[in-house]
Ligand binder design. Sequence first.
Ligand code: NAD
Length: 421
Amino acid sequence: MVEELNPFRISQMELDKAAKIMGLDETAHALLREPKRTVVVNVPVRMRDGSVKTFIGFRVLYNDARGPGKGGIRFHPEESLDTVKALSAWMTWKTSLANIPFGGAKGGVICNPKELNEAELESLSRNYIRAICREIGPDVDVPAPDVYTTPQIMAWMMDEYSNLVGKQEFGMITGKPTEVWGSEGRFDSTAMGGMYVLREAAKLKKLNLKNAKIAIQGFGNAGRFAFEIAEKLSGSKVVAVSDSSGGIYSKGGIDYEKLVKAKTAGGNVQAYKEADKITNEELLELDVDVIIPAALENQITEKNADKIKAKIVLELANGPVTPGADRILFEKGILDMPDFLVNSGGVIVSYFEWTQNRQGYYWKENEVYSRLDEIVTRSFNDVMNTQKEYLEKKVKISPRTAAYIVAVGRVAKAMKIRGWY
Ligand code: NAD
């Protein structure tokens, strides 16, 4: 049988699995299998040659029983409604697992930002906000940056929205530059949250991170900060790293500063000469303690899960491990930390940004990190305690399923208490 790789189908399958184990009410299950609201808009943009080009945009509010929607906006040539729906579902579970007062949402525009000049990109950003302005707002649905959208784009969107509603509405979007009241600590928050999870997971596995060897797939926002922070925070050694052009491996460790220089000069990580070249597939199968998939979805599947040797898989990317692979890793005794726990740092600091915008009082970086640590560690414990509770009932579940049970349970309870079913 061919493994299902449609992201929305995967998100439904994961929900179905958790729903069955936790005995979720049928009506709640049906409500949670589909988004509450899906909006498709066309966004006209005047191009540099005077013509008007129409782009297709989406905004999906998956569930808002626990608070306003929260989720990024992606500008990508291969954006699709199914991807946005899946990501909005995952945002629902992510905010619920973190126990922050938001629901889940996601947005996107089908476009290639690399082909747009700055004026076109600004116009696309502003016109997209005009098209969806009735669907968003600080108490309704709060967007943020995601693939190929930047703090500058968030600033344009905030400005456009403020003009439309006739007041300064900084809290309508997060991930803004600090000059227009973004939060301290936002830029590396995803990797930082992931490292707090790794610290807790290592304790559980009795793995001393000081001597640990780490391989990281991806060297973008998530992977690059993970590399830097892993070494700084825990003293672990990153021995392998990759990007879209392939990977590198050095038993003795890779020097972060030298790698950044080599990648800047040569365009990819393989420009770093003091390491062996490897493929992205080989990187995942290395004999290391921790692998951090920080690039794309569907990287560990039923085809290669059996070849994974690491003790811990830290899913910093969204959806890097398929449901079939999750089962295999669990059976092999590998501690696979699910994406919506590991990469929740971004949305947690987004929550802090929204909170600061609403109170008009701003926190220092160390306050942001210590509050982030508290929330991520609490979520980790919620997951592992749930897994333990089920084990005591003789039901073996993976950390991912346990995380689903916690997150889905909270959303279902909120819907019930509100009288939705
Ligand atoms: P990015 O675009 O900055 O970086 C992606 C990296 O992956 C690049 O280094 C790219 O070269 C590499 N890559 C692309 N194809 C690859 C392949 N086939 N094999 C290996 N590497 C490949 O993106 P990002 O922001 O770092 O996001 C990466 C993942 O983390 C995504 O799944 C994203 O949804 C998730 N994530 C990121 C954040 C964040 O704050 N940046 C938050 C939550 C989740």
